[in-house]
Design a protein around this ligand. Structure first.
Ligand code: CP
Ligand code: NVA
Length: 306
């Protein structure tokens, strides 16, 4: 079988490829904002497999594929044979013979890796327990829109060392920036789980204020990710000092941005005055899922357009 390019982890693409995708996303976004039709993926079909809930990911992929001239099919575990134990390898063989590209949101990263090994078409990670590469791609595009290049900048991550944190850490290696991480004791980064071959781009801080000092971007995420709901009460106790508040934003760089992938819990991981404040770019991040994923799908299906 011919080698197929997938996007299962952030590090699956190079810095040059991201630079290309960000340029295309800018072009595609401008066309969209000007109500100009752009149909490079006419007649292509995207299958979207969801084993967890979603608002933004489903909408941005489905609308995005439609806007590129193709169509998208939504599948979930409840309605497909995957929910009744059909092996993921068999599902990959079948699904990838019927569509041109697949997006999956699932639990362990291993599931999507196994699917990709048996897929004839590109597979995109729409979130796993370990990674959320499409979100970080949109977040970095959002940073670039506001402040130019992210190279050499410092991102402060406050909270759980979850799929978002792991992906920021991988992105820092690929795009050469730094991450200051502060997690409560017991929730520290596990470099192997984060897929890090290079740990020189991040530093850990016991105190979240120290992580935020001078940062160019402050970001966080829910204390309890999907699939970990049984730990919710315990996490609420453990994370109470890791809320991004006005004091943390004040110690960051004066032009620092605040990001959150959403959905958010005001009064838990972020204070309302921060997420609803002037440094917050959360709505741009959400919108940019659409534009960057359109550029990603175009690239995985058509390669570089001259
Ligand atoms: N940020 C994000 O992936 O949102 P959804 O869970 O709504 O898709
Ligand atoms: N870390 C969160 C992100 C949701 C978009 C989760 O996995 O539930």
């Amino acid at each position: 079988m011919q080698a197929v390019k997938h996007f299962l982890q952030f590090k699956d693409l190079t810095r040059e490829e991201f630079e290309y995708i960000f340029e295309r996303a800018k072009f595609i976004k401008a066309r969209f904002k000007n109500y100009q039709t752009y149909h490079p993926l006419l007649d292509r079909t995207l299958a979207m497999i969801f084993e967890k809930q979603s608002t933004r990911t489903r909408l941005s992929f489905e609308a995005g594929m439609h806007q590129l001239g193709g169509s998208a099919i939504y599948l979930n575990t409840r309605d497909t044979q995957l929910g009744r134990g059909e092996p993921v390898e068999d599902a990959a063989e079948v699904i990838s013979r019927m569509v041109d590209i697949v997006m999956i949101r699932t639990f362990e990263q291993d599931i999507i890796e196994r699917f990709a090994q048996h897929s004839r078409v590109p597979v995109i990670n729409g979130l796993t327990n370990e990674y959320h590469p499409c979100q970080i791609m949109a977040d970095i595009f959002t940073y670039i829109e506001r402040h130019g290049c992210i190279k050499g900048k410092t991102v402060a991550w406050v909270g759980d060392s979850n799929n978002m944190c792991n992906t920021w850490l991988q992105a820092a290696v690929v795009l050469d920036f730094n991450v200051h991480v502060s997690t409560p004791p017991g929730y520290e980064v596990e470099p192997e789980r984060a897929g890090l071959y290079d740990t020189s781009h991040y530093e850990s801080f016991a105190d979240p204020m120290d992580a935020c000092r001078g940062a160019d971007l402050v970001t966080t995420d829910v204390w309890t990710s999907m699939g970990f709901e049984a730990e919710n009460e315990e996490r609420k106790r453990d994370f109470q000092d890791w809320q991004v508040d006005a004091e943390m934003m004040a110690i960051a760089a004066p032009d620092a941005l605040f990001m959150h992938c959403l959905p958010a819990h005001r009064g838990e991981e972020v204070a309302a005055e921060v997420i609803d404040g002037s440094q917050s770019v959360v709505w741009d991040e959400a919108e940019n899922r659409l534009h960057t994923q359109k550029a990603l799908m175009e690239y995985l299906l058509l390669g570089k357009i001259a």
